[in-house]
Ligand binder design. Structure first.
Ligand SMILES: *Cc1c(COP(=O)(O)O)cnc(C)c1O
Length: 231
């Protein structure tokens, strides 16, 4: 499949998922996850109209960032070690994997040195799988309280990863759980600005995520493909 045909196919599936769930297509933004492909392929995707790029390690993202900064919005979607925050802050426009206060502190430190604010999503482990990063849902309210000590760290939404399921329908409770958590947090009013974004859904399950309210889907394989790369 060519890049163009994959882009068209994803677009059609997104439009159908939006139609099924009474959502507007423009309320869902696609992040092209380029971690499996070369900088050249990432550049082709940008040439074909992709405007959001997701990467999950700085060393792998570096080439793409240097080539494409200014042409695309960069999302850091992988788990982030505290001592690596300084590589990411100032380069990536959004961090999707905030899940502990020491990391918030490291983001704050670099952001205040640069005089910027960093919009972040709080990663939540809705499924309870041990292998998954993220806060248990019940700890998110307290975590949001703790974030007030770090004014350059701006929570704008929630992110989750669903377990891989053969039948994507089985991921629905996870995505619904994240939406309900966001709505509940907004009802309590723990943030100055209501949390808006729901970063959820990947190649295997994005249609279900859209039906459950995803505002950002993170698409690698299905959108930009997978190349054999070393490392
Ligand atoms: C790799 C990755 C994706 C994209 O994975 P695909 O299944 O190829 O779409 C999405 N989110 C995160 C956090 C990832 O690490």
């Amino acid at each position: 499949m060519t890049l163009d045909s994959r882009l068209r196919d994803v677009e059609r599936r997104l439009a159908e998922a939006c139609a099924r769930s009474g959502r507007k297509r423009e309320d869902v933004t696609v992040i092209a996850v380029t971690k499996y492909v070369s900088a050249q392929t990432a550049a082709e995707a940008v040439g074909a109209g992709v405007r959001q790029i997701g990467e999950n390690r700085w060393p792998d993202a570096k080439d793409k960032w240097e080539l494409l900064k200014g042409q695309a919005v960069f999302h850091y979607i992988g788990s982030l070690q505290t001592n690596k925050a300084k590589d990411v802050v100032g380069r990536f426009d959004y961090i999707h994997s905030l899940d502990r206060l020491p990391l918030a502190e490291a983001i704050q430190k670099k952001a205040s040195a640069l005089g910027i604010e960093v919009p972040c999503l709080i990663q939540v482990n809705v499924s309870g799988e041990e292998s998954k990063h993220g806060l248990p849902p019940e700890q998110v309210p307290e975590f949001l309280g703790g974030l007030r000590a770090f004014p350059a760290v701006k929570p704008i939404g929630l992110m989750t990863m669903a377990p891989h399921e053969e039948d994507p329908e089985r991921t629905r409770p996870v995505f619904r759980g994240l939406r309900e958590l966001r709505d509940e947090l907004n009802r309590i009013g723990l943030t100055d600005v209501p949390l808006r974004e729901l970063s959820m859904g990947m190649s295997n399950d994005f249609e279900v995520a859209v039906e459950e309210g995803a505002t950002w889907v993170r698409l690698g394989t299905v959108l930009v493909g997978k190349e054999n790369r070393e490392g």
